[in-house]
Design a binder for this molecule. Structure first.
Ligand SMILES: Cc1ncc(COP(=O)(O)O)c(C=O)c1O
Length: 474
């Protein structure tokens, strides 16, 4: 036996590094506010730093420490950037067990606990989301993959090849268009439904768009709603989409990667009225449900629909005769073959804290969205894009005398400046040619004072940049 192999697999070394790492991470969580929310570095600086670290064979504690220090700090209350949740520590801890056991989850005999927990988690969340009692599904690696898988199921329902297309909000996440391309439907495969001022789909246009698509020789087979859209957090009206889907015999898929969890919040659950009527639903636990990335649930109203998607044989793995209803061999339904034990991340939270934890989280971040909108309205220099449906808020710095190009340039510069300073992390988006600053309030511990401070930074930076611009006469 090589000494090196013996060391790499030594339980004693594992224990030592493990204790040190947990201490490091717990210290980090306790002191996260001592770090900047977004430690700025260029790609080249990062590359050089980590090349050097490897060059001198840094100890694991130093590597972990450096990674902690240089990462964007989602647990920092000034993190208000992209839609990734600061994971609940217990959920993150589950990953250590999952990674070490590394059993894979294609088939039951390789992943017995993971498979059983996956079914429990799916059943529990189908109940919590009040989906149709016949619902079933599985966990998969990401919203993009879940959306593709759902659309493959929609296509499989039709059997015969055809010139298919789907209808979707023009502001839907780009992965829907990517799925259409992957399925080989080409440019014509996606019909964008125009939206209202809030960027919600204008469902009254669907009949006409379907007639038009049919007139061009296409077969519309699916309607895709967003719950909610990525850029602005806008919900499409699911009940109206369900009516249209029934009328035209379309598969209704809801991309609820970010916001389907709003169903848990009594004050905002109406945003997804009709959710029990959809054929399939994507829900990312790593966006609004406190699990590490990436953990996605894909639900089907008729649980057996999940078996339509993939028909490939794998005689070394799956018994062809088992077919539909073979719930315990997850590879039959999921795109992945080997899969992490994703279920443990959620099972542990359910088991230790109960479902109320998720309710509390979803309510809290939804309330924060509301609060930020209220604060924005109080600043004369700031303009809210639209009242937020949930925890995604878009706004911009503006002055009445500035034209669109100047406002766009200015907001781009504000965001770039804040990124370099790194105290707070917000992002930006462009809506119909207008640049907006964008916050996703994903940290339940962000306070009113944090929101106010962020807005003051935005305003102060905008004023400074304007003064500079006037100073140099542009
Ligand atoms: C609405 C929506 N759908 C899908 C995705 C893609 O999800 P994932 O990053 O888990 O693949 C995102 C990501 O931001 C999203 O916001």
């Amino acid at each position: 036996m090589s000494d090196l192999l013996a060391r790499a697999y030594s339980p004693a070394e594992f224990r030592r590094h493990g204790h040190a790492l947990i201490d490091q991470l717990a210290d980090y969580l306790e002191n996260v506010e001592r770090y900047p929310a977004n430690p700025y570095a260029t790609p080249e600086e990062s590359l050089e730093e980590f090349r050097a670290l490897l060059g001198r064979g840094a100890a694991p504690e130093e590597v972990f420490g450096r990674v902690i220090e240089r990462s964007v700090h989602l647990h920092h209350p000034d993190y208000m950037g992209h839609q990734v949740v600061p994971p609940a520590p217990l959920s993150a801890l589950s990953d250590v067990a999952s990674s070490l056991l590394n059993t894979g989850m294609a088939i039951f005999e390789m992943g017995r606990p993971g498979t059983a927990m996956e079914r429990v988690v799916i059943e529990r969340f189908a109940e919590l989301l009040e989906l149709d009692p016949g619902s079933g599904g599985f966990l998969t690696s990401g919203g993009s993959l879940a959306n593709l898988t759902a659309l493959l199921a929609a296509r499989a329902r039709h059997g015969a090849p055809g010139r298919y297309c789907l209808l979707v909000n023009e502001h839907a996440h780009y992965c829907i268009e990517r799925a259409v391309r992957v399925m080989g439907w080409g440019e014509d495969g996606i019909v964008h439904v125009p939206t209202d001022d809030h960027l919600s789909m204008r469902t009254e246009l669907i009949d006409g768009l379907i007639d038009e698509a049919r007139g061009r020789g296409l077969t519309p087979i699916a309607l895709v709603g967003s719950a909610c859209t990525t850029a602005t957090g806008t919900y499409d009206p699911i009940a109206a989409l369900a009516d249209a889907a029934e009328k035209h015999n379309l598969w209704l898929h809801i991309d609820g990667a970010h916001g389907a969890a709003v169903r848990l919040d009594p004050a905002r659950r109406h945003r997804v009225d009709g959710l029990e009527r959809v054929d399939s639903l994507t829900l990312d636990f790593h966006k609004m449900l406190m699990a590490p990335a990436i953990t996605t649930g894909l639900f089907f109203r008729r649980g057996t629909d999940a078996y339509r998607t993939f028909q490939q044989r794998a005689d070394y793995l799956l018994n062809a005769a088992d077919g539909e209803g073979d719930w315990s061999n997850v590879a039959r339904r999921s795109f992945e073959c080997t899969k992490r034990m994703l279920s443990l991340r959620i099972f542990t939270l359910l088991s230790e804290y109960g479902p109320q934890l998720f309710v509390d989280y979803v309510r809290r971040v939804g309330d924060l969205g509301q609060e930020l909108a209220t604060l924005i309205r109080q600043h004369p220099e700031l303009e809210l894009f639209t009242p937020p449906d949930i925890n995604i808020v878009c706004f911009r710095f503006r002055r009445p005398d500035l034209d669109t190009a100047s406002v766009n340039g200015l907001n781009g510069m504000i965001r770039a400046h804040l990124t370099e300073i790194g105290q707070t992390y917000i992002v930006q988006t462009t809506i119909d040619g207008a640049v907006y600053l964008r916050c996703t309030l994903t940290n339940a511990f962000t306070t009113t004072a944090d929101l106010e401070r962020m807005l003051q930074q935005v305003v102060a930076t905008g004023i400074e940049l304007l003064a500079l611009r006037r100073g140099i006469g542009v």
